[in-house]
Design a protein around this ligand. Structure first.
Ligand code: SN0
Length: 318
């Protein structure tokens, strides 16, 4: 594997899932693979799980880790080409990426959607710039459109907890007062389309995700109908894609509680976290036997380790 920006960089999904499960059983088997190499983790946005699990995974592989909150610790980065840099951004991504590429063997980046200009967000400009100007493999720690390390951890979790050959997986929109990116939902759909599951997506009208991510999933606007017989219920809020970045409704009747989960087939509840209790999901779910949210978060370490291992092995073969 060269870069890890989306599922399109994955050669064999089953192998990658197995790689995560093997890393979980024996975390230090490859501790010499990253020896004397360095990964740089660049955060343009907040993080808890991504930051800690990626650092831990890198250390399990023997990598040195450097971390930076871009714009807070460093200079503000200018991303536009050919502009007069007389504003508040002191450094251009061309120099910054090239310099970081000299220090690091792998560069991992988190940069959320700004939710103002859809075309700009969906072009994933910053990831392309870092690829081009750093000359190093780039790993996506959540971009404007995707969160692939989360999706891989979700695949590992479903693999671990499924009781049927082909489980029913329902992605449900949850209410929120803030506009959030579509990245986690997009990515989850994109990866589930490659898994042997029955995928259903449910959300209020106006919240349809981009068709290239929905793929062959069935879209049902009636949440209760969608939840019937589900084995896994994956909750997430996202802002509108059509009316880009807008909160069209905060309908709290979309919250997941035990009455909703009672419609499922003994279903498990999943969420990438952070989650706002009793607005998106009731305490009784997060504190009860149905919740897989901590297992999912724990699997972030193994999804990152499986990906970083494939990139390091790829570098050995160059
Ligand atoms: C981010 C998102 O993409 O939805 C990160 C998820 C891993 N989530 C948030 O920004 C939640 C913020 C909030 O205020 O609830």
């Amino acid at each position: 594997m060269k870069n890890f920006l989306s599922i399109h960089d994955v050669e064999d999904l089953n192998n990658l899932i197995t790689g995560g499960i093997i890393a979980k059983r024996n975390p230090f088997a490859d501790q010499l693979l990253g020896k004397n190499k360095t990964i740089g983790l660049l955060f343009f946005n907040s993080s808890l799980r991504t930051r800690l699990s990626t650092q831990k995974a890198a250390q399990n592989l023997g990598l040195n880790v450097m971390m930076m909150n871009v714009g807070q610790d460093s200079w503000g980065l200018e991303l536009e080409e050919g502009v007069v840099m007389n504003g508040d951004k002191a450094e251009h991504v061309k120099e910054a990426a090239a310099v970081i590429g000299r220090y690091c063997d792998i560069i991992a980046i988190r940069s959320f959607a700004e939710l103002k200009d859809r075309e700009k967000d969906y072009a994933e400009h910053i990831f392309q710039q870092f690829k081009k100007y750093s000359g190093r493999p780039v790993v996506n720690l959540e971009s404007a459109t995707r969160h692939p390390l989360q999706s891989l951890a979700d695949c590992i979790t479903i693999e671990e907890f499924r009781t049927k050959q082909r489980p029913k997986v329902v992605l449900t929109w949850l209410p929120h007062f803030k506009p959030l990116p579509q990245a986690v939902a997009n990515s989850f759909c994109e990866w589930m389309n490659h898994m042997d599951v029955e995928l259903v997506v449910t959300h209020p009208e106006g919240y349809d995700l981009a068709p290239e991510f929905v793929g062959k999933a069935q879209v049902i606007y009636d949440q209760k109908k969608a939840l019937e017989g589900a084995d896994f219920v994956y909750g997430k809020n996202w802002s509108s894609y059509q009316h880009y970045g807008q909160v069209l409704t905060q309908d709290y009747s979309w919250m997941i509680d035990e009455a909703k989960m009672a419609l499922t087939d003994n279903g498990k509840f999943m969420h990438c976290l952070p989650v706002r209790r009793n607005m998106k999901v009731a305490d009784e779910i997060l504190d009860g036997h149905r919740s897989l949210v901590i297992d999912q978060a724990a699997n972030r370490e193994w999804s990152a380790q499986a990906v970083l291992k494939e990139i390091l092995v790829g570098q050995l073969e160059e």
